[in-house]
Design a protein around this ligand. Structure first.
Ligand code: NAP
Length: 349
């Protein structure tokens, strides 16, 4: 028995985001009906047009939720749904105060859970958490599992306040939001169960509305800066932990609704631990001449340079429960570069 039958109505929060549009597309392809929250009518219209190209728009409806931090943000949108997938949370560093990230991350999560607990039909809530909720400084080689929690970033924010490094503010926002979610389920004992997905940096093709390169989501923008030659060969050698394909992360959100055993579990997901160098090597080895021409200043780095020693992410639980295997990194890199070249040509000129 699937936890949530595949013709059910799912509330998808932040439906216009980079990851969420992939989740939306895969939910509809799987047979689910989806109510997606977006911040403006324009973002909803974009999604309807995008889905209509593949005949997927008939089971999609839009609900406007301008700010997830506002109390009771999802009380209307949740009515009649059977499950919730909560992706909406700020992932950027354009803030001066930690609360600008922590507020929407934590309050948005709690609003989604409170709303779900008032809707008796909801059987499962899936939350896009992050590897940021898990990773903290460790001596290599350490293997992270679902038992690990990031206590470092929240301590940094407590000690340094708004002088804290922005990436630690983001990591703290995700950690506090995920902690709040598990505490909510522990204390309130709602009739639904909870699944959290913990991706590291997400790469892969874009589907979402993005009118200019400055609006690119944070993770894809990191790679785009190498393609445009705005990063150095030295930057390419810096280890950044790990990455995972956006289509894999979306797939695991959808499967988390379906698999009974996914209830009340965290799942680490990752393709490979790496620096940017191996990804640039894949780009230069496999991109077509036309794709290379789209990025004439792309940073080559030092091809074949050894990877820095990094910690490891144990993804055995996701592989076992979902029968999942990560996509080939070559496809992630080439499909991401290809879609960036198309956005550049069609939308950014
Ligand atoms: P994204 O494109 O920036 O998506 C974030 C979504 O959240 C957008 O739809 C955004 O709406 C919405 N949002 C943010 N703050 C909001 C607020 N106060 N009220 C209403 N909506 C709000 O980034 P993404 O990479 O797809 O991130 C999606 C989720 O994945 C986030 O929870 C993020 O923490 C998590 N994640 C991402 C990565 C990664 O590498 N990309 C890795 C691990 C986890 P607008 O665009 O309209 O502002």
């Amino acid at each position: 028995m699937p936890a949530v039958p595949t013709d059910s109505l799912v509330l998808l929060t932040g439906a216009s985001g980079y990851l969420a549009v992939h989740v939306l597309q895969q939910l509809l392809e799987r047979g689910f009906r989806v109510r997606g929250t977006v911040r403006s009518k324009d973002k909803g219209d974009y999604l309807k047009q995008l889905l209509a190209k593949d005949g997927l728009d008939s089971k999609f409806e839009v609900a406007i939720v301008e700010d997830v931090e506002k109390p009771n943000a999802f009380d209307e949108a949740v009515k009649g749904v059977d499950a919730v997938v909560h992706t909406a949370s700020p992932f950027h560093f354009n803030v001066s105060k930690a609360d600008e990230l922590i507020g929407p991350a934590v309050q948005g999560t709690l609003s989604a859970l409170r709303a779900a607990s008032q809707e008796p039909k909801v059987k499962r809530v899936v939350i896009t958490a992050s590897f940021a909720c898990v990773v903290e400084p460790k001596e290599p080689v350490y293997t992270f599992t679902e038992k690990d929690w990031n206590n470092f970033s929240t301590q940094q924010v407590e000690e340094k306040g708004d002088d804290c490094d922005k990436s630690q503010m983001y990591r703290a926002s995700k950690t506090l939001a995920e902690r709040a979610a598990w505490d909510f389920v522990d204390k309130e004992k709602p009739s639904f169960d909870l699944t959290t997905i913990q991706p590291p940096l997400i790469f892969g093709p874009l589907l979402h509305q993005c009118e200019k390169p400055e609006s690119l989501n944070t993770s894809v923008n990191n790679f785009y800066q190498f393609l445009e030659g705005n990063k150095s060969a030295e930057d390419a050698q810096t280890g950044f932990g790990s990455f995972v394909d956006v289509r894999d992360v979306a797939h695991l959100h959808v499967e988390s609704l379906v698999k009974e055993e996914a209830g009340n579990e965290r799942f680490l997901v990752a393709t490979a631990d790496t620096s940017y160098q191996p990804l640039l090597d894949l780009f230069f080895q496999h991109a077509s001449p036309a794709l290379k021409d789209a990025f004439p200043s792309a940073q080559k780095g030092n091809p074949g340079a050894p990877k820095p020693t990094q910690n490891v992410i144990d993804t055995s639980k996701a592989r076992r429960v979902f029968g999942w295997a990560p996509k080939d990194p070559k496809d992630t890199v080439i499909d991401m570069a290809q879609s960036l070249s198309e956005y550049k040509k069609q939308k950014w000129t």
